[in-house]
Design a protein around this ligand. Sequence first.
Ligand code: HEC
Ligand code: HEC
Ligand code: HEC
Ligand code: HEC
Ligand code: HEC
Length: 300
Amino acid sequence: MVLGARQNDDLSIQAVQALNFRDTGYPYRMRLGAIQAVAAPNAAADGSFDVPFFQALPADFTGDVVFGLGGHPAWQTTDQNGDVYWERAAAVSALYFPGTERVAAFDSAQCNACHNRLLAHGSNRNGNVEFCLICHNADAAVCDVNPLPDGSCPAGVTMEGYGMALMIHSVHSASTTWLEGWAQDITYPQAIANCDTCHKDGAYDVARTSARAVSTDHGADIRIWTDDIATTPNAAACGSCHSSVAAAGHFSSNNGQVGVAKSDILTVGGLPNGQEACAVCHGTGSEFATELYHNPGIAE
Ligand code: HEC
Ligand code: HEC
Ligand code: HEC
Ligand code: HEC
Ligand code: HEC
């Protein structure tokens, strides 16, 4: 579970401040420049300094954390001559895993073979595609603009699930339904069935055993994930391309669940439990392994 809050944007008031911002799929955020101003006077002789994280993790928190560092190239800066600029060099984003690393099913280099340096949202998530997973996680179902302070979406705005597999499969297969057809005009320059183009070998036959059910829409309250509408991880990953009613029926008969409240996913709110039977038939090396049906024209 990722918790929602971020630092107040007003740097002059406080370096860090919790702010209920989006739903529970959103990470804690703080602005390094402002923190540095507070922390630097206490720097050690070598110039290093400690920054206490502004928000304590909940007492019942379990699992691993990830820290991401991004530099915003379109932030207002003032140089030593007092000149104000709205740009600076775009630093490549960095990730740190103090515990167990969240292994991605793709490699940034595979995306960047086409995108050169994939960046998004004002370019502060830059070059390192694994960075996107921090927010584009299984619990990310948000409005496509900032929600109102009470957590609801402004009238008339689109609500969607933004999990990475759901989003990236939908974008490149030019989905006519995801985000109301946002990506429907995209022309992908090769067969979308070439899983190997984006994926690490063997990483796409079935989802990671630690994968959570994927939110495809939020429920009544955007700030909680338990009422999101969700689909079990394999059904979500395969189903973003295999979207027929027959395919959904095949997922269900093999213990997948499609488009149900997260609290109704067989175990606790869609936490990983291996309820889906897919790996028995579609897992690496099995009789109907996913890779056997895709990658047309690519020599194994
Ligand atoms: C074979 C080439 C290719 C590969 C590999 C590829 N993409 Fe793309 N991607 C495209 C094309 C083409 C578009 C459409 C660009 C357009 O129409 O503006 C696109 C669009 C996108 C968009 C939407 C961009 C926007 O804002 O308009 C995102 C996000 C994206 N890709 C992410 C990824 C990620 C993440 C990966 C790796 C997991 C990846 N892509 C791998 C070719 C590729
Ligand atoms: C700090 C959180 C965060 C990170 C990191 C992040 N995103 Fe997003 N992204 C969002 C949110 C929230 C939305 C939902 C709509 C919005 O607010 O733009 C979104 C929406 C999108 C969309 C849908 C189109 C749109 O703009 O609404 C695309 C495409 C996208 N993100 C691509 C990426 C890629 C690629 C990366 C990594 C390079 C990335 N995002 C990293 C939070 C994030
Ligand atoms: C344009 C890039 C792209 C292509 C092409 C693509 N995928 Fe993916 N796929 C992704 C991304 C990005 C993710 C999210 C990976 C993650 O969460 O680690 C993903 C996730 C998945 C997952 C879940 C992995 C996990 O561990 O949770 C499966 C299964 C999957 N894809 C299957 C396929 C199959 C099968 C194909 C070919 C028919 C395919 N994908 C083609 C980008 C792509
Ligand atoms: C990125 C889109 C995409 C994803 C994700 C994807 N597939 Fe496919 N799949 C295709 C396409 C396109 C074809 C047709 C292949 C062809 O024409 O060469 C196909 C064909 C198949 C076939 C052959 C039967 C048929 O319908 O033609 C099977 C079986 C299959 N996929 C299983 C899976 C499984 C299992 C997953 C998830 C682990 C998955 N696919 C994920 C795009 C996808
Ligand atoms: C008992 C074996 C078995 C299990 C378990 C199983 N499948 Fe399949 N699946 C198959 C077979 C066989 C096919 C048809 C292959 C062919 O076309 O030759 C198939 C086809 C598919 C296709 C292609 C459907 C289409 O549109 O043509 C997808 C996607 C798929 N399976 C996903 C899944 C997912 C997700 C799960 C788990 C929730 C799952 N399967 C569990 C045996 C299985």
